[in-house]
Design a protein. Structure first.
Length: 216
C-alpha cells in the first residue's frame, strides 16, 4: 500500500470524513452561557490493515469568556479551578486555533473533506464547540456543524452499555476512576472505545460495503 493509499483509506471508510474524538469540560450545561474550560481532541488514524488507532492528542485549558457563568456544582464535579495560576489557560479563540490547526492538517493529509466529531454524548461536546466558534467568530472550524459519531449509541449497540466507564470496561479497556472527568483522559478513553468497536466490526465476517465506495 502506497502512502497515498494509506492516507486515503480512512477517507473512504467514513465517506470523506476524518473522525476526531473530542471531550470538553465546562462550568455548566448551557453552551451559550456557561464557560468552556478544557478541550481535548484525539485524531484517529488507520493502519495498513484498515484498523483504527488513536494517532494524536491535542489539549488545552480555556479561560472563561467575559461574563461566562461558572456553576459551582459543575466545578465541584470536574475539579477545575478556573483561577488556578498553573492552568495556563488560553483565551477561547486561541484555544480553538490550538485544537483546530492540527485537525485541519490531518484532514488535508488524509485527503478528507472535513472532520467529524466523535464523542460520548457527542451533542454536548459539539454544542460547546459550536457555541465557542460562534462567540469568537472563528472562521476555520474543521468539524461538520451537526453530524457526529456518538459512542453512547455505538456502545449501547455493540456492548450493551451506555455509561462511559462501563462501556470501556465492557470493551476490555482499562479505566481509572481517579483520572475520569479530565478532558484528556475522557477523550483518550473514548477514542480507545471508538476504535475498539469499529475494529471489531472491521475484523468480522459481515459484508463491508464501505470498501467498495469511491469518494470524489
Amino acid at each position: 500500500m502506497t502512502n497515498t493509499e494509506k492516507t486515503s483509506a480512512i477517507r473512504a471508510r467514513f465517506r470523506g470524513f476524518l473522525p476526531v474524538v473530542v471531550d470538553v469540560e465546562t462550568a455548566g450545561f448551557d453552551a451559550k452561557t456557561d464557560a468552556l474550560l478544557e478541550i481535548s481532541a484525539v485524531i484517529i488514524g488507520m493502519d495498513s490493515n484498515a484498523m483504527l488507532y488513536p494517532a494524536e492528542t491535542h489539549s488545552c485549558h480555556v479561560a472563561p469568556f467575559p461574563g461566562a457563568n461558572l456553576d459551582p456544582k459543575a466545578l465541584e464535579f470536574n475539579g477545575i479551578d478556573p483561577d488556578h495560576p498553573f492552568r495556563m489557560a488560553l483565551p477561547e479563540k486561541e484555544a480553538l486555533n490550538h485544537i483546530f490547526s492540527p485537525i485541519r492538517k490531518a484532514v488535508k493529509a488524509n485527503r478528507c473533506n472535513r472532520s467529524i466529531l466523535v464523542g460520548h454524548n457527542a451533542f454536548f461536546d459539539l454544542g460547546f464547540i459550536n457555541a465557542s466558534v460562534e462567540r469568537t467568530g472563528f472562521k476555520r472550524n474543521p468539524f461538520h456543524p451537526f453530524s457526529t459519531f456518538d459512542t453512547v449509541s455505538l456502545a449501547g449497540l455493540a456492548l450493551g452499555q451506555t455509561v462511559l466507564a462501563r462501556s470501556v470496561d465492557a470493551a476490555g479497556i482499562a479505566w481509572d476512576g481517579n483520572q475520569a472527568h479530565s478532558a484528556i483522559y475522557d477523550a483518550e478513553k473514548t477514542a480507545e472505545l471508538f476504535c475498539t468497536i469499529v475494529n471489531r466490526l472491521q475484523a468480522s465476517d459481515i459484508e463491508k460495503p464501505w470498501e467498495r465506495l469511491e469518494i470524489p
